[in-house]
Structures are given as structure tokens and as C-alpha cells.
Design a binder for this molecule. Structure first.
Ligand code: MSP
Length: 649
């Protein structure tokens, strides 16, 4: 019998909107895990896709004036397009509007029904369309204008309609038993505890169908209902590899070994999903791994902040692998973290350019200089230093494997960086330049060969996270195109580097981002947060806005009280401005156009309700308007007699 593939999945994404950083995060993590298993030579199945039914979708399509399916086609394609750019190696892509899925969902429904777990009733309660979730009164808080708000921040609405229910209450005990017996079923541990206490507090039956809209899968035998979108969506993990009237397809990779999800959708995956499967008599998945949430530049992600971390833009600005690396290295997988351009640039400069890039460059440079690019293994040149080095790397390889297997990407990457730093030290203390000078040919060859041997181990270790860079490194050290297909144990063993190789130096893998470029990026970030960057500034072809939209902007006359250059910044000035009763700190990219002293006492126009943003460590609480006139920036003016704080309409 052939080995069951290691089967991993991402959530299927809602296509009411285009993909953002949060979606990219879950998908990159899942991709790294899939690639790690492939590296270990295991058959692997990686599933992703899109969630296309439900009320949210129906509404979004209506607002776009489009037929729901055409709308889904359009947006589902945007996800695929991003995955392509992000080097996502999925094996299958499921859309819930596909026939194979619809059939499978209806079959799962029938099985749950046959188990006696579905009954007809009526739902009267709260529903959040944004989350596609039901909430009880006690979960809600009061929002602005008396609106009722779910814990997720979504607004709820009152729903009263006939509904089929799932006997979720019946599954509290079996679920608890499952969590007890399978301590890794929900990870990380803190999430497991959360799920267990939720289940212990008692489960209520779950509304499993809706009648007030059409866009969904019809309930078998009662077409006036559509199946609840989460029952529909969760089933994708089962329907994609094959599930129908005959049950789980023979040879299917089911059950999923690991579901990657964000903490916001934990309850659906760790409680409802296994309960549906228990009811239908289908084996349960191995693990639900719930990751944390990113804030952006210190704030909760919103439309405008999302714009400042638009994945397409990030890729363009920094390259795919730098983004993938940052996402998985910056925070322990499972915890929340903050995404900031400053932190990303620091990581690129220190970890990627300085540590990794430099190791590769200096090593290959010496191989070129002293050996005309040729590497040769010369055991007679080995000394104790080489065995110590190899042992250190073998140890790091164990840490790497432990980290990656446990989905602790940070630990896995840390082990790779231990090898990098050890290799750098090894080169420093064995000084090939001195060996060359002294004519110690055998030692010289051995030292260079071992340095490159460590680089190959590093390339293998980073390949799940930075596949393209790993491939480039391998090419530069002279390995064959299919080098990564070698057995895993060989890839992790320095001594298994081919005895002879011809190396070649390529373009730097990760160019340093110098201060000036960093600043230019920070300015773009600020403009994107302000919402102006996406449309090309010169062409002036911005989308039409309504008067209401215009009125959302709080424009004010402001008086500049103080202006100073921000240390280490060539473009940015820190301004203190008065709005009459209030003073604000504002960062403005005017330093190349105005001397600070020329700005003091000037009246300017301030966008006063712009979300605050940190630029070069200074929090900017608004934006000063200026005209972009070719190369020049000229302040937008108001009559000098205006009182500071006066609204501009
Ligand atoms: N369609 C459902 C999932 C159904 S799975 C059977 C859904 N889709 S989603 O489009 O909202 O995307 C969900 C994924 O994006 C989740 O894993 C979620 O945690 C992730 N993120 C969305 N915003 C995020 C952040 N700000 N940070 C990290 N991940 C976040 O839910």
C-alpha cells in the first residue's frame, strides 16, 4: 500500500474582497510546512481554495452589481494570482461553487441527518454576516449608535427564520474525550485550553441552514433552505480529495494531518468540524494549528492599513522571499505580532543581507580568488576544526527538524542561522586568506569546501521558507537543478557535499536597504495609509467619490509652531502644528523642499483625521497637504488670515 500523503490545508478564503496580508500569512505558513515535508521526501498534499457561498458573498456581489458566480470567478482568480507570486506550491485548489464540492457537502449532510443529528426548528437570534456566525445575546457588546457588536468586532443583525439544527449539544462529551486522547489536536496549547473550556461550558445546538437568501448549497430534500455556509466551507477539506455517495474516495489523503487557521476561526475548526465528522462517522483530522493575528505598524489591520501592506506591493518592494522569511521569523507561530516596514527592513539588512548574503558572497569570492571557482574535497587538509564544525551542524540539523516538525518555524529558522553564524566564525578563525598567503594548499581547499558544505545545508534548511533563494544559492555553489531531491539526511549532512564543484558568483541575493531607500519606503507607506498611493499620482485618474465620502475627511487650517529635521532622515521633518485648541505632531516629507525655519509660522492644510502612523520613530498625527509639481513639493496654501483649526470644506 502506498504511503498516505502528509495532507495540509489552509482555510478557504472568502472572495468578497481581494487577498491581504492575513491571508498571505496563513498560506505562506502552510506552504512552508508542505515544502518541509516534501524536503523530507514524504508524499505531500497541500490544499487551498476559496469560500464562495453565503450571505456575505451574495451581498458583496450585489453591491458590485454582478452575478454572484461571476463575482466569485473574478475574486477567486485574485487569490490564485497572489499565490503564484508568493511561490505557493499548492497541489489542489478547491472552490465551493464546484460540482465535486457541492455533491460532497450534500452527502455529508445526508450522513449527519441519517445519524439523527439534524432536526427542523426556527432560529431567532443574532447573526454577523461578516463572520457568517451566530452569536448569543450575552456575547454582544454595545457599539456606536446602539449597534450590537460581536466579540470579533462585527456588527450583528437580528434573524428570525425556519432553520435546520445540528445536535451539537450531543457532542460535547465525545469532543472532550477526543481532546483528552489527542493532546495535539488543537495547537498551540493555549488555544487547546480555550477550546476545552468553551466545550466544557456546554454546547448549544447549531443552526445549520438559512432561508432568507439563495446563494448556497440547497439542503437535500428541502430546497427552500440553503446549507449554513460554515458547514459548506469546512467540508472542503473532505470534498477536495474526494467524498461522495461512496464515502471517502479510495486512496484519498484524508484525513487532513494539519489544518492551518487563524485564531478567529478556531471554534469552527476545533469544535464544529470534528463534531460534524463524528456524527457522519468520518475519521477526524490530525491537528488544528491556530496562528495569531498581525497588527500593522502597531494598529489593528483596516482597509487603509491593509493598503500599506498590500502583498503585491510588498513583493515588489522587497522580493517574495524576504516577505516569506519575515512572516515566519518575526513571531513565534501561534502568537500575535506586529508588521512594520521598519522591522522588516531591519531583518532584511541584518539576517538576510549581512548574515546569509555575506556568508555566501565572501565564501564564493574566496573560492574564485584562490581556486578559480573550483572546489575540491581534500581530506588530508582536515583538522579538528572540521569535525567540530560538522558536529555543530549535525546538532543544528536536529534542532531544525524538531522546530519545523512542531510547526515552530522560528526555531527552525534559528537553527539555520546558527549554522550561518558558525560558518562565518569558522572562516574567520581559519583565515583562508592567510592559508593562501602561506601556500597551505590542502588546508585552504578543505576550509573552502567545508564552508560551502555548510552553505548547502543552510540552503536546504531555508528552502521551505525561501524556495527561490535556496535555489539560487544552490546554483551559485554549483549544485544540479534537482539538488533538493536528494535524501533529506544527505542534505542535512555537510560531509555529503559533492567532492568537486564549480561555483559561480551571482547577483547579491538580498541587497541591503540603505537609509535613503528606507526613508523613501516609509514615505510611500504614509501615503498608502492616507489612501493616495494606489492611484498613479501624476495621471490624476482617481476613482469618483461621493460627497459623503469627501466629507469623511477632516481638513483643517493649521499653524506651524515648530519644525525640525528628524535625525538620520534626509526627507522628513517633524512639525508641531496648532489647531487652535490643540497641538499635534506631524511628520512631513518636506525636508528636501523647505528649510525647517521657513515653515515656522506658516499656515498649512492638515488632514486631521488620518490614522496615526509611526515614521522614523515619530508618531505622525495627521498629514500636511502639498502639491507634487514634477520634482518639487509645494505647500498647499490657505489665506494667511485664517484662524488655526478652521475646518476646510
Ligand atoms: N472563509 C473563512 C474560512 C473558512 S475555512 C473552512 C474565512 N476566510 S477569510 O478570508 O476571512 O480568511 C481567513 C484567514 O485569514 C484566517 O486564517 C485568518 O486568521 C487570516 N487573517 C485575516 N486577517 C488576519 C490578520 N490580520 N493577521 C493574521 N491572519 C489573519 O475566515
Amino acid at each position: 500500500m502506498s504511503q498516505k500523503p502528509f495532507y495540509v490545508s489552509t482555510p478557504i478564503y472568502y472572495v468578497n474582497d481581494k487577498p491581504h496580508l492575513g491571508h498571505a500569512y496563513t498560506t505562506v505558513a502552510c506552504d512552508a510546512k508542505a515544502r518541509f515535508h516534501r524536503l523530507r521526501g514524504e508524499p505531500t498534499q497541500f490544499l487551498t481554495g476559496t469560500d464562495e457561498h453565503g450571505q456575505k458573498l451574495e451581498r458583496a456581489a450585489r453591491e458590485a452589481g454582478m452575478d454572484p458566480l461571476a463575482f466569485c470567478d473574478m475574486n477567486s482568480a485574485k487569490f490564485r494570482e497572489l499565490w503564484e507570486k508568493l511561490d505557493i506550491s499548492y497541489d489542489d485548489y478547491i472552490r465551493t461553487t464546484e460540482e465535486r464540492h457541492i455533491r460532497g457537502v450534500q452527502e455529508l449532510w445526508r450522513r449527519v441527518e441519517a445519524a439523527g443529528d439534524i432536526y427542523l426548528g426556527a432560529y431567532a437570534g443574532w447573526y454577523a454576516v461578516r463572520d457568517e456566525a451566530f452569536y448569543t445575546e450575552s456575547e454582544l457588546t454595545e457599539g456606536p449608535g446602539g449597534a450590537k457588536i460581536a466579540p470579533s468586532g462585527a456588527e450583528v443583525e437580528w434573524v428570525e427564520e425556519p432553520s435546520y439544527f445540528f445536535r451539537l449539544s450531543k457532542y460535547a462529551e465525545p469532543l472532550l474525550e477526543h481532546y483528552e486522547k489527542n493532546p495535539n489536536f488543537v495547537q498551540p496549547e493555549s488555544r487547546r485550553n480555550e477550546v476545552m473550556s468553551f466545550v466544557r461550558s456546554g454546547l448549544k445546538d447549531l443552526s445549520l441552514s438559512r432561508t432568507s437568501f439563495q446563494w448556497g448549497i440547497p439542503v437535500p430534500g428541502d430546497e427552500s433552505h440553503v446549507i449554513y455556509v460554515w458547514f459548506d466551507a469546512l467540508s472542503n477539506y473532505l470534498t477536495a480529495p474526494g467524498f461522495d455517495e461512496n464515502g471517502v474516495r479510495e486512496g484519498s489523503p484524508w484525513p487532513t494531518d494539519q489544518h492551518f487557521i487563524g485564531k478567529d476561526i478556531l471554534r469552527f475548526h476545533a469544535v464544529y468540524w470534528p463534531a460534524f465528522l463524528l456524527s457522519a462517522g468520518v475519521p477526524l483530522p490530525g491537528q488544528v494549528f491556530s496562528h495569531g493575528w498581525w497588527t500593522v505598524e502597531g494598529q489593528k489591520m483596516s482597509k487603509s492599513l491593509g493598503n500599506a501592506v498590500d502583498p503585491h506591493w510588498l513583493i515588489e518592494e522587497y522580493g517574495v522571499d524576504a516577505i516569506r522569511y519575515f512572516l515566519l521569523k518575526e513571531i513565534p507561530f501561534g502568537l500575535d505580532g506586529d508588521f512594520s516596514h521598519g522591522a522588516l527592513i531591519d531583518r532584511i539588512n541584518s539576517d538576510l543581507a549581512n548574515d546569509l548574503g555575506n556568508l555566501l558572497y565572501r565564501t564564493l569570492n574566496m573560492v574564485k580568488r584562490y581556486r578559480e571557482g573550483r572546489l575540491e574535497r581534500t581530506p588530508s587538509g582536515d583538522s579538528e576544526a572540521e569535525s567540530a564544525f560538522c558536529e555543530f551542524v549535525a546538532d543544528a540539523a536536529m534542532k531544525y527538524e524538531r522546530g519545523m516538525s512542531a510547526t515552530h518555524f522560528q526555531n527552525g529558522l534559528r537553527a539555520a542561522w546558527e549554522v550561518i553564524s558558525c560558518a562565518n566564525k569558522y572562516i574567520d578563525s581559519n583565515a583562508p586568506w592567510a592559508l593562501a598567503k602561506e601556500g597551505e594548499e590542502d588546508r585552504l581547499r578543505s576550509v573552502l569546501w567545508h564552508a560551502v558544505a555548510a552553505i548547502r545545508v543552510v540552503a536546504a534548511m531555508i528552502s521551505p521558507v525561501m524556495p527561490a533563494s535556496a535555489q539560487k544559492i544552490a546554483a551559485q555553489i554549483g549544485l544540479a537543478e534537482d539538488w533538493a531531491n536528494a535524501p533529506y539526511s544527505e542534505l542535512m549532512d555537510m560531509r555529503r557535499l559533492p567532492e568537486e564543484l564549480v561555483t559561480s558568483i551571482g547577483a547579491p541575493l538580498f541587497p541591503r536597504i540603505e537609509d535613503e531607500a528606507k526613508e523613501a519606503i516609509q514615505e510611500k507607506v504614509a501615503r498608502r495609509i492616507a489612501g493616495g498611493e494606489e492611484a498613479a499620482p501624476q495621471e490624476d485618474v482617481k476613482e469618483e467619490i461621493s460627497f459623503e465620502e469627501f466629507q469623511k475627511m477632516d481638513l483643517r487650517a493649521a499653524l506651524v509652531l515648530e519644525a525640525e529635521q528628524i535625525p538620520k532622515s534626509k526627507n522628513l521633518l517633524k512639525l508641531t502644528v496648532s489647531l487652535g485648541g490643540e497641538t499635534r505632531t506631524v511628520v512631513a516629507g518636506l525636508a528636501k523642499h523647505y528649510a525647517p525655519e521657513d515653515l515656522v509660522d506658516r499656515k498649512v492644510i492638515l488632514v486631521a483625521n488620518l490614522a496615526p502612523a509611526k515614521l522614523m520613530g515619530v508618531e505622525s498625527q495627521g498629514m500636511v497637504l502639498a502639491a507634487e509639481d514634477g520634482e518639487h513639493l509645494l505647500l498647499a496654501g490657505v489665506d494667511e488670515t485664517v484662524t488655526p483649526g478652521a475646518p476646510i470644506r
